[in-house]
Design a protein around this ligand. Structure first.
Ligand SMILES: NC(=O)c1ccc[n+]([C@@H]2O[C@H](COP(=O)([O-])OP(=O)(O)OC[C@H]3O[C@@H](n4cnc5c(N)ncnc54)[C@H](OP(=O)(O)O)[C@@H]3O)[C@@H](O)[C@H]2O)c1
Length: 214
């Protein structure tokens, strides 16, 4: 699958590693082309199963069906508005944990989520999926914690779009869990926030993962 990752930071790197492990064609975009180039070079060293990696500038055409916005909220909303019609028809993945400026609460209003706000900012026909916000960047590079594959919790209103993201997740060696409609992003963002708050008190150093077991 062709996937564009916008944002060549920590999460662009982590998700990028899972995508190339899964054999996908990845285009890395950043507003700093050198940063995109450096990540593309790192990912090329890790390709498996016919994966390819390219770097592109912010004005490049968005290749592929899936666009992952690996940037902070609310910049993600501004970015979506800037991209405008270039997102039309794509599966757009929101990975944000929308924390406030003091990192002690969510910045979104009660009764909504960053993902739902994003869905209201994209052109009609664009399918927004929430994923990867509950997995830390460093753990995505390996795809596992304590020998167990990461769970990627996925919310969205379009079943086909969610399955597309789930396929990327599974190809990268992770477990995909469909948690329901996009409205569930409210809970996923709460869970992501909770995970962040636990790092310092428990000395986890962002090397922990949420795991659903039965
Ligand atoms: N880090 C984690 O473990 C983690 C886990 C789950 C979810 N998340 C979420 O993932 C998102 C990204 O986090 P991160 O840690 O990867 O941040 P990061 O390391 O700062 O990476 C973001 C990258 O995106 C670039 N960028 C920002 N706006 C852009 C735009 N309009 N066009 C192109 N590139 C742009 C940034 O460039 P500049 O440096 O110039 O701003 C930076 O290179 C956040 O929403 C965060 O809440 C993070």
């Amino acid at each position: 699958m062709q996937v564009t990752v916008i944002g060549a930071g920590n999460m662009g790197r982590g998700i990028g590693h899972r995508l190339v492990a899964g054999g996908h064609e990845v285009t890395v975009v950043d507003r700093d082309p050198e940063q995109a180039g450096r990540l593309a070079e790192e990912l090329r060293e890790a390709v498996q199963g016919g994966a390819t990696v390219e770097a592109a500038g912010p004005d490049a055409e968005l290749s592929g069906e899936v666009v992952i916005l690996a940037v902070y909220y609310p910049g993600s909303l501004e970015l979506a508005r800037e991209l405008g019609d270039r997102l039309a028809g794509k599966v757009v993945v929101d990975i944000t944990n929308p924390l406030n400026q003091t990192f002690d609460a969510l910045a979104t209003a009660p009764g909504t989520s960053a993902a739902e706000e994003l869905a209201a900012s994209v052109p009609a026909g664009t399918r927004v999926v929430k994923a990867f916000n509950t997995t830390f960047a460093g753990t995505l590079v390996e795809g596992q914690v304590a020998g167990q594959p990461l769970d990627a919790l996925i919310a969205g209103d379009d079943e086909e779009a969610k399955e597309t993201v789930a396929q990327l997740v599974r190809d990268g060696g992770l477990r995909a869990i469909n948690v329901g409609p996009l409205e569930r992003a409210r809970q996923l963002e709460g869970l992501g926030f909770l995970g962040i708050t636990l790092q310092q008190p428990l000395g986890l150093n962002f090397q922990s993962a949420w795991k659903l077991i039965s």
